[in-house]
Design a protein around this ligand. Structure first.
Ligand SMILES: [Zn+2]
Length: 309
């Protein structure tokens, strides 16, 4: 059976997973990403993890890498990236990993890898047309049509966080623009909103709360927490509903840390979607991602299988 390695390079940690051609994850290794030390250190860490995870296994035929940032899979290069990894933009990801390992390498954006993993072995298994939305520090999406990732003309397709939203009007967005849904529905955006409103009402609990605290307070009926959480979820739901009207997916999968905020968040998300979708799309299933952090590893492995000799 063909063996490949999938790699997931994020701003805080890097993982490698040994995967066979049936999509079984056989071993995983993870290390902190040396993000402040620049591309060479990040590449060395990724390649080192590939060596560790493949050690003692049979012959590895290819490697797939999902990375943070805008990735051009045709040229194999990081087109642009946030400051999460110092100097990452411009890195010849495919060339450098391939040179270090002497193997064929496929690269893509980490959200696309996440979607391919969920479509192969997770919540979207058995569906060809998938909209995956990942909500965490930022909001990303991946559109899979006929089993192929939609990348667009500039490798930018899927940036669902940067769709205008009524609830975000006038608010600055991390992309440099204003009024995008990420400015109200991402984890940091909801947390900042809660902190601001709780401080104004002199309700700030001792110690700055995290998003999990806001979710817990909302479940306990705290009015500000409920308002912030359902407001963010409803705004994201509107965006997802609008995207569904354009894409017409068979299934919608929502993952990322914010999707763990509980039933109130999910209910508001579903209501936001229902308010926007055209009648023919009312029955499209919408549900949580199933594979957690394994999704990007499996998706990257699936990319590797496509270039395996
Ligand atoms: Zn934006």
């Amino acid at each position: 059976m063909t063996l490949v390695v999938g790699v997931d390079i994020g701003g805080t940690k890097t993982s490698a997973g040994l995967v066979d051609s049936s999509g079984t994850l056989l071993a995983v290794r993870t290390q902190p990403t040396p993000a402040a030390q620049g591309p060479a250190a990040v590449l060395d860490t990724a390649v080192g993890l590939v060596g560790e995870v493949a050690s003692g296994a049979g012959e590895i035929t290819a490697v797939g890498v999902g990375s943070a940032g805008v990735v051009d899979p045709r040229r194999g290069v990081i087109v642009s990236a946030t400051d999460a990894i110092t100097g990452w933009a411009g890195t010849d990801l495919r060339g450098e990993v391939s040179r270090r390992l002497g193997l064929p390498v496929a690269v893509d954006n980490d959200v696309h890898a996440h979607a391919l993993g969920e479509q192969w072995r997770g919540a979207a298994a058995g569906y060809a047309d998938v909209l995956l939305v990942a909500v965490g520090t930022g909001i990303g999406a991946s559109v899979v049509l006929g089993g192929r990732v939609l990348r667009g003309a500039h490798s930018v397709a899927g940036h669902a966080g940067h769709v205008p939203a009524v609830a975000a009007a006038g608010r600055p967005c991390p992309c440099g623009g204003h009024g995008h849904v990420e400015a109200v529905a991402s984890g940091p955006a909801m947390l900042a909103e809660y902190r601001g409103r709780a401080a104004a009402a002199v309700l700030e609990p001792s110690g700055a709360p995290g998003l999990a605290d806001v979710a817990r307070l909302a479940a306990e009926g705290d009015r500000i927490a409920v308002s912030v959480l359902t407001g963010g979820a409803a705004a994201l739901g509107s965006t997802i509903g609008g995207l569904m009207n354009v894409i017409d997916p068979e299934v919608v999968v929502v993952g990322g840390g914010v999707a763990a905020c509980g039933e109130l968040w999910w209910q508001a998300l579903r209501e936001g979607i229902a308010a926007e979708v055209l009648p023919a799309l009312r029955e499209v299933p919408v549900g949580p991602a199933a594979l957690g952090g394994d999704a990007a590893l499996l998706g990257a492995a699936r990319m590797a299988l496509e270039v395996a000799g």
